[in-house]
Ligand binder design. Structure first.
Ligand SMILES: *Cc1c(COP(=O)(O)O)cnc(C)c1O
Length: 412
C-alpha cells in the first residue's frame, strides 16, 4: 500500500451509507443486524465489483489467449495480491483461494495430513468451531494419528499450562482459532505458535473471526497456515483464503485433481503445476475472488484502530446493559475479547428469546454456533449471540436492549 495514503476518519453513519442492506427493514421495523459472526454485510464496492465482472469482463482465467480472459486473469491475480499485501504474506503464491475457512482447513487436513504417520499427534482446543474439529478427526482416523484437546476454563480462556503439557516430539500440528466465534476469546496465538515451533510442530490458525476485527500479519505471527472466509470479512460467500508458507505447501501433495493444477498430463504420469495453482483445481470462483479483493481493499482503507475501539465500546456497553437483567449470564468472559456477546437467561430458552427479537427487527443468532463442545462445557443448550461489526451503532444497542427487556417480560 502507498505509505502516505490518507486513512478516512471513522464516521459510523458515513460508513453505513456504504452498505445498502443496512437500509432495509424487516416486519416493518428498521433492521438491526447483530449476526456478524455468522456473516457480514457487503459494501457497495464489493457488489459493484461482482456486477462489473459479470456484466463486462466475464471470462475464464489462466487459459485464454483473448482479451477478456487476460483481463479477468489480471483482476483475479490482482485480488490475490491485495490480500497478500493486507495480511503481509511474503509471496502471492502463498495465498490460496479456497471456498472458505472450512475448505481451507479441509485442504490442510487432507494434504498436510498425508505427510503424517501412525502415532503422530494433532492438537486442537476445546473452543474450536466444528470446522476445526471434524476435519482433524477424519484425518486422525485415516492416518491413525491421535487428536489432543487443550481445555478451557470457566471464563473461556485456553489453559496454556495444559497446552504445554500436551506438546511433545510426536506433535506434528497445532490447529487453533485466533478468535472464538461463540465466546469472543482472543487467543494468545503468537505464544502458541512459538511454543509449537519449539517442538517442531506446524501451526494452523483458524482466522475466520479475526481479519474483520484486527490487523493480522503473517510474517509477524510466523504461523504455517492461516484460514479465513470471504463472507465474514465483507466479501462474497463461496470464497476464502488459505495462507501457507511456500516451502511447506511445496512439499504437500495436491488436494484435488483437475484443470489448472497440472503442468503436464499423460495417462502414465501427471506432473503438478506450481503454487498457487497446484491447490486450485478447476475453474475457481472468479467473481468471488475479485469481490474478496474489493472487500479487503475497502476494509484496508479504514482506520483499524478506530474500528477496534468502536467495536469494544459497543460490546462493553451491551454487556453492562445486559447484566442489569436478573438471571442474566454472559458466556465468555475471557481476558482478551472481541465484539461478541453470548448470553443465557435463567429459565428462558435462547431460541424463544431470539424469535421474539427477530419479530422486532433484530437479527441475532441462537444455538450452539457450530461449537457444541463449548455448550457441553458450560452445560447449556446454546446461547443468544450478538456479534458486532464496525457499522453497528450505540443507538442500535439501545434498541436491542429495550427489545430484550420487552421480550423477557413476555416470556416470564
Ligand atoms: C465461520 C467459522 C468457520 C467456518 O467458516 P465457513 O465460512 O463456514 O467455512 C470456522 N471457524 C470459525 C471460528 C468460524 O467463525
Amino acid at each position: 500500500m502507498i505509505e502516505d495514503q490518507k486513512q478516512m476518519p471513522f464516521d459510523v453513519n458515513k460508513i453505513r451509507d456504504d452498505f445498502p442492506l443496512l437500509k432495509r427493514s424487516v416486519y416493518g421495523k428498521d433492521l438491526i443486524y447483530l449476526d456478524n459472526g455468522a456473516t457480514s454485510q457487503k459494501p457497495q464496492v464489493v457488489i459493484d465489483a461482482i456486477n462489473e465482472y459479470y456484466s463486462e469482463n466475464n471470462s475464464n482465467i489462466h487459459r485464454g489467449v483473448h482479451y477478456l480472459s487476460q483481463l479477468a486473469t489480471t483482476q483475479y491475480e490482482d485480488a490475490r495480491k491485495i490480500i497478500q499485501t493486507y495480511i503481509n504474506a511474503s509471496l502471492p503464491e502463498e495465498v490460496l483461494f479456497t471456498k472458505g475457512t472450512s475448505d481451507s482447513i479441509n485442504l490442510v487436513a487432507f494434504s498436510f495430513g498425508e505427510t503424517l504417520s501412525k502415532g503422530d499427534e494433532v492438537i486442537i482446543s476445546a473452543m474450536e468451531h466444528h470446522s476445526n474439529i471434524v476435519p482433524w478427526q477424519m484425518m486422525c482416523e485415516r492416518k491413525e494419528c491421535t487428536l489432543r484437546v487443550v481445555p478451557i476454563d470457566e471464563n473461556g480462556d485456553l489453559i496454556l499450562e495444559e497446552f504445554e503439557k500436551l506438546l511433545n516430539n510426536r506433535t506434528k500440528l497445532v490447529a487453533v482459532s485466533h478468535i472464538s466465534n461463540s465466546l469472543g476469546t482472543i487467543n494468545p496465538v503468537k505464544t502458541i505458535i512459538d511454543k509449537a515451533h519449539a517442538v517442531g510442530a506446524k501451526v494452523l490458525i483458524d482466522g475466520a473471526q479475526s481479519i474483520q476485527h484486527m490487523k493480522v500479519d503473517m510474517l509477524e505471527l510466523d504461523c504455517d497456515f492461516y484460514a479465513f472466509s470471504g463472507h465474514k470479512v465483507f466479501g462474497p460467500t463461496g470464497v476464502g483464503i488459505l495462507y501457507g508458507k511456500k516451502d511447506i505447501l511445496d512439499n504437500m501433495p495436491p488436494y484435488q485433481g483437475g484443470g489448472d493444477m497440472i503442468a503436464k498430463v499423460t495417462f502414465e504420469k501427471t506432473t503438478y503445476n506450481e503454487l498457487p495453482h497446484k491447490f486450485e483445481a478447476g475453474t475457481p470462483n472468479i467473481s468471488g475472488g475479485i469481490g474478496l479483493g474489493a472487500a479487503i481493499k475497502y476494509f484496508s482503507e479504514l482506520d483499524i484502530e478506530a474500528i477496534h475501539s468502536h467495536e469494544q465500546e459497543l460490546a462493553g456497553y451491551t454487556e453492562s446493559k445486559l447484566m442489569e437483567f436478573p438471571g442474566m449470564k454472559i458466556i465468555g468472559t475471557a481476558k482478551e475479547k472481541t465484539s461478541v456477546v453470548s448470553f443465557v437467561v435463567d429459565g428462558i430458552h435462547p431460541f424463544d428469546l431470539g424469535t421474539l427479537l427477530d419479530k422486532q427487527g433484530i437479527a441475532v443468532r441462537t444455538g450452539h454456533h457450530c461449537t457444541q463442545p463449548i455448550m457441553d462445557f458450560f452445560e447449556i443448550p446454546g446461547t443468544i449471540r450478538a456479534s458486532f461489526a464496525f457499522y453497528n451503532t450505540m443507538e442500535e444497542i439501545d434498541i436491542f436492549i429495550a427489545a430484550v427487556e420487552r421480550s423477557l417480560n413476555m416470556l416470564r
